[in-house]
Design a protein around this ligand. Structure first.
Ligand SMILES: [Mg+2]
Length: 216
């Protein structure tokens, strides 16, 4: 019996030790630490948009949950994210209600102050109507922002093509695609109010740096 108790104690210890080491291995960084780590020469910084620089859940929430179509159904059909009309409204109108994240502003400001080029690479669908560049210009004080829409395709080819050396994103897929494109991945945390619950299981576990306190 004593042997079993001893074995149980060892197991509990091992489980605790593993849990602690996985917490400790998250590499939290501040904007100042990122700035200090960059080369003196200008770099190209890439940014995801949703939940990284913009809190855009209000538009997505409406798109996914409205009852404003015929017979109280969703006006964008059963798969809003595949609806060109949704993307026209999201990119063209709803972003007027997206909030710039303070952490995103601080990152973009740090890069523009250094003279770096800033590129936005989003998996959103493109649309005939788009106010996204205007919103980014106004929110982050950038003249003529470069915005790439990958239309739900992987971002690595665009990260490579734009010669991005450091890429910021909130999703696991952002980090994975940055790694694939040999860019330095930095995780920006999602707001707890974000309606996006996907691709967020591996925060800090992909070897990426995590921007501390970047939920807002
Ligand atoms: Mg995102």
């Amino acid at each position: 019996m004593t042997r079993y108790i001893r074995a149980a104690i060892v197991l509990v210890y091992l489980a605790t030790a593993t849990a602690c080491s996985s917490t400790q291995s998250v590499r939290y960084v501040t904007v100042d630490q990122i700035r200090a780590s960059l080369p003196a020469t200008p770099v190209i910084a890439g940014f995801d948009i949703d939940d990284t620089v913009l809190f855009s859940s209000p538009g997505f929430y409406y798109g996914m949950t409205n009852h404003d179509g015929p017979d109280g159904r969703n006006r964008y059909g059963s798969a809003p994210l595949s609806s060109p009309k949704f993307w026209n409204d999201m990119n063209g109108e709803f972003d007027n209600f997206s909030l710039p994240k303070a952490s995103g502003s601080a990152l973009v400001r740090m890069h523009t102050q250094r003279g770096d080029k800033v590129v936005f690479i989003t998996a959103r669908d493109s649309s005939k109507v788009s106010t996204v560049p205007k919103i980014l210009m106004q929110s982050f004080n950038i003249t003529r922002p470069d915005v790439v829409f990958t239309c739900n395709q992987p971002k690595a080819p665009s990260i490579s093509a734009k010669q991005v050396t450091i890429y910021y994103g909130d999703a696991d897929s952002d980090i994975e695609q940055a790694i694939k494109a040999s860019a330095r991945p930095v995780r920006v945390l999602r707001s707890p109010l974000s309606t996006n619950r996907t691709s967020y299981e591996k925060v800090g576990k992909l070897g990426e740096e995590v921007l501390i306190n970047s939920e807002n």
